[in-house]
Design a protein around this ligand. Structure first.
Ligand code: ZN
Ligand code: ZN
Length: 298
């Protein structure tokens, strides 16, 4: 009988008489690696690469308003990070270290306990003085509890936001007037089950599924129709004058599809995400075109 361990440290026993020649590969590796790259859970904000959630946030922020206000995203944090007693919190406190040789402190990931200053292997992560445990991720409910209660397995996504107000000096260049910083709760993000620790780092996705309302779900990737503008003519559906319908469709890289279509009275309508249609003039008005500009455009 042969034993081997799978990734999530489950011992699997084989009662077969024929020896295993090729080990069973990790079949959910692509999904879990992809999701770990997306969330970059156990990373310091400055360690994160510009992929996944970090890239989404960097693409969207800063949000600017009338060139005198801008909203900037400093960093994000997924989950509640705390020690066992809850006295020390935050992912920064997980990677604070002190060196017993040169007595320096810092906040970075240590490579086998070697101090970044004196290069001796004497640096250690700081633990809570009250409960003597290191900061780790705190789960309010486990996956099994979520499954039995019919809940979604998710972690809070918090974002550190800066509201910057700008002034203009005599040379008409921007100078910072004021910065307000705040941690805001953004959303509860569904997390690929389950959270586990490997090599001193928390990871997710050992099971490869999401738990939505107590039911295991997987993500199936879909093809995205290539972005651009498409003009088409319906040959099958014709109006009462036996003329075909014409359609223009704007497909953006991200966001809603916009359809332009004529009705039987030759009125031009707009449809956003294939919902109720409304007049194109109303659409242009919503885009801040004045009445004269709208007439000249049409
Ligand atoms: Zn503590
Ligand atoms: Zn040192």
């Amino acid at each position: 009988m042969s034993n081997f361990r799978t990734v999530k440290n489950t011992i699997r026993k084989s009662f077969s008489k024929i020896k295993d020649i090729v080990p069973v590969p990790d079949l959910i590796e692509i999904q879990s690696t992809s999701f770990n790259d997306f969330v970059q859970l156990d990373y310091l904000p400055e360690e994160r690469e510009n992929v996944g959630l970090e890239k989404v946030l960097r693409d969207i922020f800063p949000v600017e308003h009338d060139s005198d206000l801008s909203l900037e995203c400093v960093s994000y944090e997924i989950g509640n990070w705390a020690c066992t007693c809850g006295k020390v919190t935050g992912i920064e406190n997980r990677y604070k270290w002190s060196c017993s040789s040169c007595e320096k402190t810092g906040c970075s990931r240590l490579d086998r306990g070697s101090c970044t200053s004196c290069k001796k292997q004497a640096a250690k992560y700081i633990v809570c003085t009250n409960c003597l445990s290191r900061v780790g991720i705190c789960l309010d409910v486990t996956v099994d509890e979520c499954r039995s209660r019919g809940q979604t397995f998710s972690l809070p996504l918090k974002i550190k936001i800066q509201l910057v107000s700008w002034d203009r000096d005599q040379a008409d260049s921007k100078v910072v007037r004021d910065i307000k910083e705040q941690n805001i709760f953004f959303t509860d993000l569904p997390i690929m089950t389950d959270v586990y620790e490997e090599g001193g780092r928390f990871k997710v996705g050992s099971l490869g599924t999401f738990l939505i309302n107590g039911v295991d779900r997987v993500i199936v990737s879909q093809l995205h129709r290539s972005p651009g503008v498409v003009f088409s003519q319906s040959k099958k559906v014709k109006d009462f004058r036996d003329r075909p319908y014409y359609l223009a469709r704007i497909i953006p890289m991200r966001g809603s599809w916009i359809d332009f279509e004529f009705d039987s009275n030759d009125m031009l309508y707009v449809r956003i995400d294939e919902t109720t249609k409304f007049l194109v003039t109303t659409f242009l008005q919503a885009l801040r075109y004045t009445r004269d500009e709208r007439i000249s455009l049409l």
